[in-house]
Design a binder for this molecule. Structure first.
Ligand code: C5P
Length: 227
């Protein structure tokens, strides 16, 4: 990563609002955005489709899959081998498989350089679990977003319902807790705040309040270029 490219990392558990906040900030600042979870989800989707379970093949998928992000009306469309999979990678089954696959050190290594390549001018908003600790340890601003599991499950429930996807709230709470446990307890790049990250608990905050707060921190850190 070039030291001259400004990077803001947003790490935290699933459903803490990182994705939405990242997208809004990227649009506001005119910066690039990395949704690192989508890379693990794409690996998982391909693995599920091809019924791949063994580590060497999973690592091969992570290395070789042909992916593209296309900005469409302020959102990012995700293409895998030229096919649109934006909604397909959001399915709970894919998220769950992604969190299992994300515990494999070789898969994480295979995705590392792909992620670092996103750090190009004028700047990058990177959303994930290990953005501030492993992928961009030199980032100038690191945020760790959290919210209670119940609040995160409620947000995910709302998102799914809006997309017309059937969901069950108690099941979502259980699934989020299981995923948090896997993400925090794995030995390869576990979910944790970087020592120099700023912690933001968004349980009682609206998305607009979170965006406002991160914008304030960004202008303190980067000066008038982001005001
Ligand atoms: O953020 P999202 O829910 O899309 O991520 C899917 C899964 O990918 C997470 O549960 C986590 O296990 C994994 N992940 C990761 N490191 C990242 C981003 C996501 O391990 N930087």
């Amino acid at each position: 990563m070039s030291a001259s490219v400004p990077v803001i990392t947003l790490d935290g558990p699933g459903g803490a609002g990182k994705g939405t906040v990242c997208l809004l900030l990227a649009n506001k600042l005119g910066w690039h955005m990395l949704d690192s979870g989508s890379l693990y989800r794409l690996t998982a989707l391909e693995a599920l489709r091809k019924d791949v379970r063994k580590e060497p093949q999973l690592i091969e998928i992570a290395k070789k899959m042909d992916i593209e992000y296309v900005p469409v009306k302020g959102q990012l469309q995700v293409l895998l081998d030229g096919r649109e999979v934006t909604d397909a990678i959001r399915a709970e089954a894919v998220g769950s498989r992604a969190s299992e696959i994300a515990a494999i050190a070789g898969v994480r290594q295979a995705l590392l350089e792909r992620q670092r390549a996103f750090a190009v001018a004028p700047g990058l908003l990177a959303d994930g679990r290990d953005m501030g600790t492993v992928v961009f340890p030199q980032a100038q601003l690191k945020i760790f977003l959290t919210a209670s599991p119940e609040e995160r499950a409620k947000r995910r429930y709302k998102q799914l319902k809006e997309k017309g996807i059937d969901a069950n709230l108690p099941e979502l709470v259980a699934e989020l807790k299981a995923r948090d446990k896997r993400d925090c307890e794995r030995s390869a790049a576990p979910l944790k705040a970087a020592a120099d990250a700023i912690l933001l608990d968004t349980t009682e905050m609206s998305i607009e309040q979170v965006v406002e707060q991160v914008m304030q921190l960004a202008s303190q850190r980067f000066g008038s270029s982001v005001a």
